[in-house]
Design a protein around this ligand. Structure first.
Ligand code: SAH
Ligand code: DHB
Ligand code: MG
Length: 218
């Protein structure tokens, strides 16, 4: 099994399971044209987030790491009209692209973008949230998760992107700060009795990566 097979399977399911959605295409092309890095979650993964948020009946969602709004549109679409997505973004240019993408997708009135380093903006965020999606600088994963544990309601979910990184998470000669950040998170979750957690390995358009799914115990 190799990347070519993963890509074929990804295309196979994308063609069958994902609706043709001009707003999502627009979000990606807006981002590309503005020169944003092409690191949004893959379409099938974004759909997974949307389904999880819908399944728990989420009304308030917190995202850390907006980029061009691709994952955010999916999360916002899981919300009822009265719902709210608060999404934190360090880079004003990313936030600007995201704002336009949220408008184009018709979800802007359910989304608040907070610009700044998440560690600075998080203290001003008031709970409670049903779901948090952590997808910013990996170095701060543990701090974000710890903070989100205060903000996410019992029974709610904290989902962390990029916890596999081509398997580098288990290469202990790897001292890259983002990989260390993933391990620091894993060690913290291991000893955190208020969370139950799993990790999903994912392949496809985003190579080999994965998400940690944690649930705040009631
Ligand atoms: N969730 C997005 C992808 C996010 S990429 C999607 O799937 O569509 C990571 C984003 O986190 C980038 O836009 C980056 O600017 C932002 N970021 C990096 N460090 C940050 C920080 N300290 N605080 C807030 N955002 C940060
Ligand atoms: C990368 C991918 C991501 O999904 C992310 O959130 C940050 C970085 C990357 O491929 O470098
Ligand atoms: Mg990511």
């Amino acid at each position: 099994m190799d990347q070519a097979t993963w890509n074929k399977v990804e295309a196979y399911y994308s063609e069958r399971l994902l609706p043709n959605d001009p707003a999502l295409e627009k979000a990606l092309s807006n981002s590309r044209e503005a020169g944003l890095p092409e690191i949004a979650v893959a379409p099938l993964q974004a759909r997974f987030l949307q389904i999880l948020a819908s399944a728990i009946g989420a009304k308030r969602i917190l995202e850390i790491g907006t980029l061009g709004g691709y994952s955010g549109i999916h999360l916002a679409r899981a919300l009822p009209d009265s719902g709210l997505l608060v999404t934190l973004e360090f880079d004003p240019k990313h936030a600007e692209v995201a704002e336009q993408s949220f408008i184009d997708a018709g979800v802007a009135d359910k989304v608040e973008i907070r610009i700044g380093a998440a560690l600075d903006t998080l203290p001003s965020i008031e709970g409670s949230f049903d779901l948090a999606f952590l997808d910013a600088d990996k170095e701060n994963n543990r701090a974000y998760c710890e903070h989100c544990l205060q903000l996410v309601r019992p029974g709610g979910l904290i989902i962390v992107d990029n916890v596999v990184r081509d398997g580098r998470v288990v290469d202990f000669s790897e001292t890259d700060a983002s990989v260390e950040g993933v391990r620091t998170l894993a060690e913290w979750v291991k000893d955190e009795p208020r969370l139950e957690a799993t990790a999903l390995q994912m392949v496809g358009a985003k190579d080999y990566d994965g998400m940690m799914i944690t649930r705040v115990l009631p």
